[in-house]
Design a protein around this ligand. Structure first.
Ligand code: ASP
Length: 297
């Protein structure tokens, strides 16, 4: 979506085969999330609130690999990663969060202007949420038991993934540019299906799964986290956008699309079969996306 300087783009994951049925169930939630972010921006809310408004819609829905719909890991437990970043450089990143349907809300509440923080979830933090009042628990979608975090769709998607039929569900991300031209990005995930205990992918890593710089662009990535990390595809995209801005007075949509496609192609050339997708909003110009995967939504 684009209006004046304002822009919103979001995704619900890339990779694997998605049936028409999968797409149909997801589409209304993606639209709702888009409207939530756009509505927040239009009513003058901050960019990070707009991003979280969108992420929460998708985290609360079982059809996405974030919050409630997250893939269980190899032991059947859900561990969540989330990161939010402002284009002035402030960020918050939380890893291995437990039993919260809206981890992005907690990240937003822990976000402090002028501070950047990358943090692994601990027993102490978990106890803090458990000891909080009902209102706060509701705000974060606190699940009393592990089972409450396991959605039927995610269990089925895990099964289909094991049988190599389809992945079915994906990480969620949103990037916005507010009316002052400031950029904000956020990514939330349950990680890869059946992931090893304690595994962290690209999603909560600044410069990999999420990035924002008011002078260049903001992005959210999705796909095979280890490949996104080792190829540095997101960093390569940002560097290429910056270089293109130096060479051209106005960045064309086609140039941005080409940058994304070229960097994803380079990633796939080096690491075949790895799937990824990126949504991006430049400092000025329209939101763009590209993916090197069978599907992205
Ligand atoms: N990138 C995420 C991870 O590796 C998974 C995904 O986007 O589907 O944790």
């Amino acid at each position: 979506m684009l209006g004046g300087k304002m822009g919103v783009i979001l995704h619900g994951g890339a990779g694997g085969f998605l049936s028409e049925e999968d797409c149909n169930v997801k589409e209304p939630y993606l639209k709702e999330a888009l409207d939530a972010a756009w509505g927040a921006l239009s009513s003058g809310d901050s960019g990070e609130r707009a991003v979280v408004a969108a992420l929460k819609v998708l985290e609360g829905c079982e059809y996405f690999d974030a919050g409630y719909g997250s893939f269980p890991n190899e032991h059947g437990n859900v561990f969540l990663d989330v990161a939010l970043m402002r284009g002035n450089g402030d960020f918050i990143s939380l890893m291995n969060v437990r039993r919260l349907r809206y981890p992005s809300q907690l990240a937003l509440d822990m976000f402090r202007p002028g501070r950047s923080l990358q943090r692994v979830w601990t027993e102490r933090l978990q106890r803090g949420v458990e000891a909080s009042d009902d209102q706060l628990k509701e705000r974060y979608g606190f699940a009393r038991t592990e089972e409450e975090m396991i959605s039927p769709y995610a269990v089925e998607a895990n099964r289909r993934h094991r049988q190599k039929v389809s992945k079915g569900t994906g990480t969620v991300g949103c990037v916005v540019r507010d009316k002052e031209g400031r950029i904000f990005a956020g990514t939330s995930t349950g990680g890869t299906p059946n992931k090893p205990d304690g595994r962290i992918g690209d999603s909560p890593i600044v410069g990999a799964g999420v990035f924002a710089d008011d002078e260049i662009c903001g992005l959210s990535a999705t796909g095979h986290g280890e490949t996104i990390l080792k190829s540095m595809v997101s960093g390569m995209v940002v560097a290429s956008v910056r270089q293109a801005m130096r060479n051209q007075s106005e960045l064309l949509e086609s140039s941005l699309r080409k940058i994304l496609a070229d960097e994803l192609d380079e990633m796939s050339r080096k690491y075949p079969n790895a799937e990824a997708g990126i949504v991006l909003i430049p400092q000025s110009g329209p939101p763009v996306y590209a993916f090197s995967a069978e599907t992205m939504c």
